[in-house]
Design a protein around this ligand. Structure first.
Ligand SMILES: [Zn+2]
Length: 260
């Protein structure tokens, strides 16, 4: 609650330019607009992911972002804001970067997973206009599986937890809480809904306010962050129709059990 309040304060109109410093992490026509963002069918925040043999069921702690262009060679991924790389792993389908941000006094952490072509090292300073990695290429997807045809993005409220030294991943110092969230309380303790985070950060410039409130039907309402229904009702965007802790009625169990 305190961090949400701080977010609202920092991003409120007239209080600095923090919101302008937060960008969509993709090469989009407008990196300050959710209309430039498309998620996979099960890529919404807060969707329950079914158990797998080695992983209990858990909430999806981020969003699965689709590539913005049909570019299966070098579609770039950018940091959401300036910051510093604090953890890095490069093991194929699970390659990951964690970046620490301090924007206008608000600390937060972003996670980028299922990525390739990392251009940054541990402790690198990053700029939202310089790519840090790219989406998987066609060859990599054929090797790892097409369920990874997206990248997984998270925004953390709290510091990622420290890992012991791992010789196989020498630059992997921290882990997110990606598979740890089995309750709504747990999810909200660690994570922002990335769409809410973006929307709030840009709230001073939301240009598409709609009076309808039809974007999220009540039965799909959010147990995760009730305020989102109000927030999302301000937008007309296909990506948000199944956001909010509910399960989209057109999802099959097969889809829900896919990897994050
Ligand atoms: Zn995911």
């Amino acid at each position: 609650m305190q961090s949400i309040f701080m977010l609202l304060m920092l991003f409120a109109p007239g209080i600095g330019s923090t919101g302008a410093e937060v960008f969509l992490p993709i090469d989009a026509p407008d990196r300050h607009s959710l209309e430039s963002l498309a998620l996979t069918r099960i890529g919404g925040y807060g969707i329950m992911r079914a158990a797998r043999p080695t992983v209990p069921s858990h909430f999806h702690t981020g969003i699965d972002i689709r590539r913005p262009h049909p570019n299966y060679t070098d579609e770039p991924i950018f940091p959401a804001a300036r910051g510093v790389v604090i953890s890095r792993r490069t093991d194929g389908p699970y390659a990951q970067l964690i970046i620490e941000h301090d924007i206008g006094g608000l600390k937060f952490w972003t996670v980028y997973e299922h990525i390739a072509g990392l251009t940054v090292k541990d402790s690198s300073l990053v700029d939202p206009h310089s790519p840090i990695a790219r989406f998987f290429s066609k060859e990599e997807l054929q090797k790892y599986g097409w369920q990874f045809d997206h990248f997984h993005f998270e925004v953390l409220k709290v510091h990622p937890f420290a890992l012991g030294h791992d010789g196989r991943h020498p630059d992997r110092y921290y882990s997110s809480y990606t598979l740890e969230c089995h309750t709504v309380a747990g999810l909200n303790r660690y994570f922002y809904d990335p769409l809410e985070f973006f929307a709030l950060s840009w709230s001073r410039t939301i240009p598409r306010m709609q009076p309808s409130g039809l974007a999220v039907p009540p039965e799909n309402g959010s147990a995760v962050t009730p305020r989102l229904n109000m927030l999302y009702s301000l937008y007309e965007h296909p990506a948000i129709h199944y956001i909010g802790g509910g399960r989209s009625p057109f999802l099959s169990d097969d889809f829900v059990s896919q990897y994050h």
